[in-house]
Write a protein that binds this ligand. Structure first.
Ligand SMILES: NC(=O)c1ccc[n+]([C@@H]2O[C@H](COP(=O)([O-])OP(=O)(O)OC[C@H]3O[C@@H](n4cnc5c(N)ncnc54)[C@H](OP(=O)(O)O)[C@@H]3O)[C@@H](O)[C@H]2O)c1
Length: 327
């Protein structure tokens, strides 16, 4: 298409929806990715939009989202979870590529719908789960899948952070699952696949808290199990253990910024250590993948396939809907 030719010839112009914490980190990270240029921003309030554009020296501060859509080739959606669907849908309908913050949506149906819409419009849609695109995590998945630790039998992944207030601590879409579960569920899906047969969740919502602050999601697969733990205001060791029939992989905290992991065996002399770089905030990896998909006309990234994003949305939706609440 003409649009694709222009993008291939020149720089991919990106607009950002949202002017908050992750949006600012994204602009800084985009400087490390060749062939892309962040040019526009639109947020809910004009003051924030204008201030963000000035601070980051962007070409356009757009009062309306429609205006932003007219100035760029692609949109990075960096607004609160419950608004992703709408911002992403409008961009796709305008024929733009979309890199959407995690969780893309909080339901299987909405996530599937966005991917179907993107496919029908011939644009790229990618969920911005930075871990999935980092060299260390990809290598860890490859080592696990190579059979060197035997059959994978269990995946245990934890992601917690200490937070007292803010977007994630209030409202119907707040809580540790919607904020953090994408990462441990990514590990489960990459290592065990999409075919889980059961999902059980326990969530802690202390008196006076609007949201659950700690959760454990247990997944059963035909020949394996996975457990994902998330916490906001609860701190635990943020590591990942992949247990196999011949050995296990240990990724120390913070495993989601994978720089180092070990394959360990009964005979400890056979342990193997793997070292990788995780540059900056890691957003450069997802952006580089996004830009490369657009340039090569590829609609699916094997690093995070649409079916995997849809499965994660399904797990998040089920976990939130069916959790046993403890106080
Ligand atoms: N990948 C990562 O490492 C990572 C890290 C953090 C967050 N995230 C994800 O990124 C998203 C944004 O998180 P954040 O921490 O950057 O949030 P934040 O700091 O609260 O910023 C959200 C921004 O979205 C704007 N916005 C636009 N439309 C909105 C609407 N209809 N309602 C409310 N706000 C609206 C806000 O506008 P105002 O300026 O007017 O308030 C604000 O600028 C979340 O989905 C989160 O899960 C990802």
């Amino acid at each position: 298409s003409t649009q694709l030719r222009n993008e291939t010839a020149g720089v991919l112009r990106i607009g950002i929806a949202g002017a908050g914490r992750i949006a600012a980190r994204f602009v800084a990270e985009a400087r490390y990715v060749s062939g892309v240029s962040v040019e526009a921003v639109h947020s809910r309030t004009w003051e924030r939009t204008k201030e963000f554009a000035d601070r980051h020296e962007l070409e356009w501060a757009n009062q309306s989202y429609e205006d932003l859509l007219g100035h760029v080739d692609a949109v990075y959606v960096a607004t609160p979870h419950d608004t992703h669907y709408d911002y992403a849908k409008r961009a796709i309908e305008a024929g733009l590529h979309v890199l959407c913050e995690k969780p893309m949506t909080l339901s299987r149906a909405q996530t599937s719908e966005l991917f179907e819409l993107a496919a029908s419009r011939g644009v790229v849609l990618l969920e911005a789960v930075k871990t999935a695109f980092s060299p260390g995590f990809q290598r860890m998945v490859a080592v696990a899948r190579s059979g060197s630790i035997g059959q994978v039998r269990s995946v245990d992944a934890t992601f917690t952070k200490l937070v007292d207030s803010g977007r994630e601590m209030v409202g119907a879409d707040g809580g540790s699952i919607s904020e953090l579960a994408t990462y441990p569920l990514l590990a489960a899906v990459k290592l065990l696949g999409l075919g889980f047969t059961d999902l059980q969740t326990v969530s802690l919502r202390p008196p006076g808290s609007e949201v659950e602050v700690f959760s454990r999601i247990d997944l059963t697969y035909p020949h394996a199990v996975a457990s994902a733990r998330t916490g906001l205001g609860v701190k635990a060791e943020g590591d990942l253990v992949v247990a196999g029939s011949a050995g296990y992989i240990y990724v120390p905290a913070p495993w989601w910024l994978t720089e180092y992991f070990e394959a360990r065996f009964e005979d400890s002399r056979k342990s193997k250590k793997y070292y990788y770089k995780f540059d900056g905030d890691g957003l450069r990896y997802e952006l580089a993948e996004f830009a490369s998909m657009i340039r090569s006309g590829t609609s699916e990234s094997f690093k995070l396939r649409p079916a995997e994003s849809i499965a994660i949305a399904d797990m998040i939706e089920r976990a939130r809907a069916s959790a046993t609440i403890i106080r």
